[in-house]
Design a protein around this ligand. Sequence first.
Ligand code: ADP
Ligand code: MG
Length: 442
Amino acid sequence: MHAIRPLPDQLINQIAAGEVVERPAAALKELLENSLDAGATQIDIDLAGGGVKLIRVADDGMGIDREDLVFAVARHATSKISSASDLEAIGTLGFRGEALASIAAVSRLALTSRSRTKPHAWRIEVDGGEVGAPQPAALASGTTVTVQELYFNTPARRKFLRTDATEFGHCEEAFRRIALSHPDTGFTMQHNASVRYRLLAQGRRARVDALLGDEFAAQAAYVDEHGPGLSLAGWVVRPAYATSARDAQYLFVNGRFVRDRVLAHALREAYRDVLHHERQPAYALWLTIEPRIVDVNVHPAKAEVRFRDSGAVHQFVRHAVEKSLASTAAEQPAVSASERLGVAAARVPPSRRAFTPGCSVTGCRCSTKLSEPSEPMDPTCPTLAIIRSASLWRSCMESSCSLKTATGWCWSTCMPRTNASSTSVSRPRLTARCRCSRCWCR
Ligand code: ADP
Ligand code: MG
């Protein structure tokens, strides 16, 4: 065996890059987290070639001073923590001080930034870990990081990249998680010069609608539970609308997307009695917890957390979700209008009452066709039902409604899967006219 010798810094950074920036999406996530930590209200993303060729993230955050630019791209240099005690209550998304150094070690990176108090911007370039001197630059505000030719100097890593389309898909997912977790920040994202997302700063509900689609939004039950030192808010999808894919499972702990076994188990348990075991619950949930009772320093990409009292958190989350699912089951008919009509994409908001033709509540638009889906609704309207649906009659629950023109549902025998699995009702007879996409009689 050879003698033991310390590794050069550049090689150390390239090794770290293997963990921190596994693929372009991971680099994008780190850059977005930095922008959010800098207090950005608007973040613009520009990608090319699935993020391998180019990732540019421009924000309007607080910026970096000229003298700090070199530290920003140095390993283990951070403005977010300074002592071991800070590690016990991390309030920022980043804290390890290694993302920019790792990305810069395996790409051609340019960091341009203008601190809010400074008259102009400065730019620093790093080519495969070689740091240049800061130069004056033009930038109105905030920070722009440009990452080009990711892994140009680590061909072994480059070989593991997939097609541009697949890598872009991963970038999109990383973007979706960040954009969902911070709805009060505006985002744009373009890939190969075509705009893919344009999200205004908005509330959680509007962001969920924009990113998770109409069906999720329409079938989701609201969760809002508070406990000592923690709270849970967001939406969980009614069991009847669960699918076999895990594609809409978003859980944020203090604004950070995590995959946590304790939380995932709590959710599965909450759905246990109402969901067929092959089906996956869909949810977008924000857990806010006292930073001192959660450790986020357990994973290089910060994708996992550890709770001080995981049993209590498990119980809290499970109870909150169970309560929300139970309340929608009580408020909604076992078979919703969309199920009866077999309108797969009908948007029926949960816990809303049936449509009544002729509603006269001021401001309520339930008797009109809505062209503007983000119109605020009148919360006092008893017929709030289906107003977000583009064509009202399709999802109307009122049997006598004259607007409803579709026929062919199986009123009496339709048995959605949840209902059948939670009670021991036997499979209903096939109804020839049934159009319900999830009906057991099919
Ligand atoms: P960390 O985020 O863990 O501190 P990074 O390597 O991601 O480590 O960033 C290093 C430092 O560079 C950050 O602590 C921060 O001070 C600064 N920085 C990076 N990106 C930005 C940005 N977009 N706006 C302002 N400061 C930034
Ligand atoms: Mg960071």
